[in-house]
Design a protein around this ligand. Structure first.
Ligand code: DGY
Length: 313
């Protein structure tokens, strides 16, 4: 029997599989993540950790968890985990790929459409009684059909799923990988959607220079990680109209403080990191995380390990 810490309650019955296998589950019952000191204390005797992307797993935490044998991240991304440190200690890290691909691509497309057609402010105008009549010049947005979409991380699972949706809208797609010229592609972009992992190489990939390169009036969609975008530069690009709009599922930090200047930038649509938030995707993520934990605790290879980093160019 192993002691497993689970950092948040999950949907469905996946955690029962841990108890059924004889493991002792310490479930954090708070709606907010455990404070780092609380997390450290709870891991003192844990052999397994089921973590959210809100838990920073670094050297200090690993030092405080001497019995840890496996970490199952409840996410496909794992930038919350210091992989070099886990590798050094021989602690395998599992992730939840595939099962959230379509849910996340659906949300990316929902954000793209909502930002293009200004759904959030238009709805607010109706509800607040500000809409008086049909306006020939009012609420004009961008055409989605036939537009050019730059997909950053276009060869990944979610990038490809976004491309499939875009093809249904007759969009021209430019898929960008790490060897491609991002700035050149941005010059042609009506829409840009980010689907690349956050690493030291991709942090602030969309910076002031990228936002200067982008076709004026483009729309940026981010369902990847907040750190991919320099948010100070983004706020400036929204304020001076270089970008027509930005639609974000992710920010850095999450949530943004209420007084963050980005929140008062015009034409910003922001939702609370809900890319994978469908009943099916979240339930399947829970089972996948438990599959990873059960394998790791048994000393078996994880069925869904975090991928090794791409070799340097
Ligand atoms: C992930 O899986 O990385 C998402 O951001 C959360 O589901």
């Amino acid at each position: 029997m192993a002691h497993v810490f689970v950092s948040r309650a999950l949907t469905g019955d996946a955690l029962h599989r841990l108890t059924a296998a004889g493991h002792d589950v310490d479930l954090w019952s708070g709606n907010l993540p455990p404070h780092p000191t609380e997390l450290r204390d709870r891991l003192a005797h844990a052999e397994g950790l089921l973590a959210m992307l809100t838990e920073r797993v670094d050297t200090a935490l690993l030092d405080a968890a001497p019995q840890l044998k496996v970490i199952a991240n409840y996410a496909v991304g794992f930038d919350n985990i210091d992989i070099e440190a886990t590798n050094k200690r021989g602690i395998p890290v599992g992730v939840t790929p595939d099962v959230l691909t379509d849910a996340t691509a659906d949300l990316a497309f929902a954000l793209l459409l909502a930002a293009a057609r200004r759904l959030a402010p238009a709805e607010a105008a109706v509800r607040q009684g500000r809409w008086r009549t049909f306006e020939p010049q009012g609420w004009l947005g961008a055409d989605v059909h036939g537009a050019t979409l730059v997909i950053v991380g276009g060869s990944g699972r979610i990038g490809q799923a976004v491309a499939r949706r875009a093809r249904g809208f007759d969009m021209s797609i430019i898929s960008i990988g790490r060897d491609d010229d991002l700035h050149q592609a941005l010059q042609q972009a009506d829409f840009v959607s980010l689907h690349t992992p956050l690493t030291s190489l991709t942090r602030h990939l969309i910076d002031d220079a990228a936002l200067n390169a982008i076709k004026p009036g483009a729309i940026l969609v981010n369902t990847g990680r907040g750190g991919l975008v320099d948010q100070i530069a983004l706020a400036a690009a929204l304020r001076d109209g270089r970008l027509a709009a930005a639609a974000l599922d992710v920010t850095d930090p999450e949530p943004l403080p209420a007084d963050d200047p980005l929140l008062s930038a015009p034409n910003l649509l922001v939702v609370p990191h809900i890319g994978s938030a469908t009943h099916t995707a979240r339930n399947r993520m829970a089972h996948m995380a438990v599959d990873n934990l059960l394998a790791g605790l048994a000393g078996d290879p994880l069925p869904h390990p975090a991928p090794a980093p791409a070799p340097p160019k």
